[in-house]
Design a protein around this ligand. Structure first.
Ligand SMILES: *[C@@H]1O[C@H](CO)[C@@H](O)[C@H](O)[C@H]1NC(C)=O
Ligand SMILES: *[C@@H]1O[C@H](CO)[C@@H](O)[C@H](O)[C@H]1NC(C)=O
Ligand SMILES: *[C@@H]1O[C@H](CO)[C@@H](O)[C@H](O)[C@H]1NC(C)=O
Ligand SMILES: *[C@@H]1O[C@H](CO)[C@@H](O)[C@H](O)[C@H]1NC(C)=O
Ligand SMILES: *[C@@H]1O[C@H](CO)[C@@H](O)[C@H](O)[C@H]1NC(C)=O
Ligand SMILES: *[C@@H]1O[C@H](CO)[C@@H](O)[C@H](O)[C@H]1NC(C)=O
Length: 408
């Protein structure tokens, strides 16, 4: 009897405790905690996506993953859809994680995790699949281009999702292209074009197309180095500014052009070079080992490529051995050739002559003592502009003082 009572009591308390535990559990979890939690997933095409669904408090209710087409993928640890790319990672009452391998763009969409409580609770996870852009290709350039040609460089990349960004660089400087985007299925073909007239400055210039995309850690780059053909341009440089008898003298025919204009032909006064030992032609250089007065004349070099012919001339004037002044003075008289120093020299001479004229004029006016003052005034009045007026006035004044000393 006692044993029986005890047994009933034990059974009762056992049941009570079980019900109590179950009761508190369902109160705590059923009301607030029992719902699935998922997260959006973003993967690059071809990679593996893990889809995780968690339930913090679960009274052993089944979990399920289904795809955007509402097909069940996994029900608990049981695979429901025959797709070898989809595998189970973890299945427990708290978690159902599946893995989708070799993800394609068509796998994108809203996946659903369901918790089969009453009623069923669901959570949505959006799987975003990024399309990796293809390696860019540059088209539209046929080597070589002729100077003046209008070319259109196009850089194309396909397969990106979302559409990739294309940037152009001329050497290292960014230039703006014209973008065009076409949808091809779920991905995009992006093209950026550059249209321009090529000139000699584009020869050997590198045009780089850079493709940037969220799926790339470093941009894809492709480079096209332009080759531009252009007509020659020649210039003669000379080794001495004042060539004197007996000196060593060298002329160089500096040529640019693509293809390189060759050979360089030298001539003197419209005819062949005199056949003398002192004159040596070596490629673009003409050397006269010992200058002589008889070398006087016009030297010309000429060269061509398939786009044209160019020439340059140099007038040689051989000075006497004892010609005064330093031979390297850039401001000296009598130099020839396309020298920047020549321009400086001319300017210096013009300034010098102008100063001389002012001095002479000043002295002339000062000598005509009686009329000097009125002339001074006139000098200022007659000037075409203020600057000249000041120069005239000052010049006269200075020489007036000088003259005073002479006459007093
Ligand atoms: C997916 O889960 C597996 C197993 O937990 C892990 O090894 C892998 O790194 C995860 N992949 C991603 C993309 O999170
Ligand atoms: C849930 O299942 C586990 C074993 O899978 C079991 O030990 C546990 O008692 C169950 N809990 C409930 C509340 O059913
Ligand atoms: C998940 O992605 C969907 C669709 O892109 C979006 O509407 C939602 O806000 C995202 N949820 C989270 C938590 O980011
Ligand atoms: C986009 O489509 C148009 C019309 O079919 C086509 O002419 C153009 O070349 C395409 N552009 C790209 C970048 O594919
Ligand atoms: C210059 O040439 C002439 C004739 O060839 C020669 O007689 C003369 O000695 C030369 N002068 C010098 C300085 O070499
Ligand atoms: C050299 O050239 C100058 C100027 O052209 C000329 O006056 C001179 O007579 C020439 N000398 C010779 C030897 O030809």
């Amino acid at each position: 009897m006692i044993v029986k009572q005890r047994l009933i009591f034990i059974l009762y308390s056992l049941c009570a405790s079980v019900f109590k535990v179950a009761g508190t559990k369902s109160k705590a979890k059923g009301s607030q905690g029992q719902f699935p939690i998922t997260q959006n997933v973003t993967v690059v095409e071809g990679a593996t996506a893990n889809m995780t669904c968690r339930v913090d408090y679960n009274d052993n209710t089944s979990l399920q993953w289904s795809n955007p087409a509402q097909q069940t993928l996994f029900f608990g640890d049981k695979k429901a859809l025959r797709d070898h790319r989809i595998e189970l990672v973890r299945a427990s009452w708290q978690e159902l994680t599946i893995r989708i391998g070799d993800v394609s763009l068509s796998d994108e969409g809203q996946y659903t995790c369901s918790l089969f409580t009453m009623p069923v609770k669901t959570s949505k996870a959006f799987l975003t699949v990024l399309g990796k852009p293809g390696r860019p290709e540059i088209t539209g350039f046929t080597k070589p281009a002729m100077e003046g040609d209008i070319i259109t460089l196009a850089c194309t990349t396909s397969g990106s999702k979302p559409a990739a960004n294309i940037r152009w660089f001329r050497n290292d400087k960014e230039v703006q292209g014209t973008k065009e985007v076409n949808a091809t299925g779920k991905s995009f073909t992006v093209r950026s074009s550059l249209q321009f007239e090529v000139d000699r400055r584009d020869d050997s210039v590198a045009y780089t197309c850079s493709v940037e995309h969220v799926s790339l850690t470093t941009p894809y780059m492709t480079t096209e180095v332009l080759e531009v053909h252009y007509a020659p341009h020649l210039e003669i440089t000379h080794s001495l500014i004042i060539p004197q008898e007996g000196q060593y003298f060298k002329l160089e025919c500096v040529s640019i052009g693509n293809p390189i204009p060759e050979p360089v032909l030298w001539s003197k006064d419209g005819g062949e070079l005199p056949d003398i030992e002192r004159m040596i032609v070596e490629g673009r250089e003409l050397t006269i080992t010992t200058l002589n007065k008889t070398d006087n004349g016009t030297y010309r070099c000429e060269a061509s490529n398939h786009l044209g012919t160019s020439s340059a001339e140099y007038i040689l004037f051989v000075y006497a051995k004892d010609f005064p002044g330093p031979t390297t003075d850039p401001n000296a008289l009598g130099q020839h050739g396309p020298d920047h120093a020549l321009i400086g020299g001319v300017v210096a001479v013009v300034v010098f002559i102008t100063l001389c004229l002012i001095i002479v004029l000043g002295r002339y006016l000062a000598r005509h003592k009686g009329t000097y003052l009125t002339h001074e005034a006139k000098g200022a009045e007659d000037a075409p502009d203020a600057d000249t007026a000041i120069i005239n006035a000052e010049g006269n004044h200075v020489h007036a003082e000088e003259k005073k000393e002479y006459f007093i």
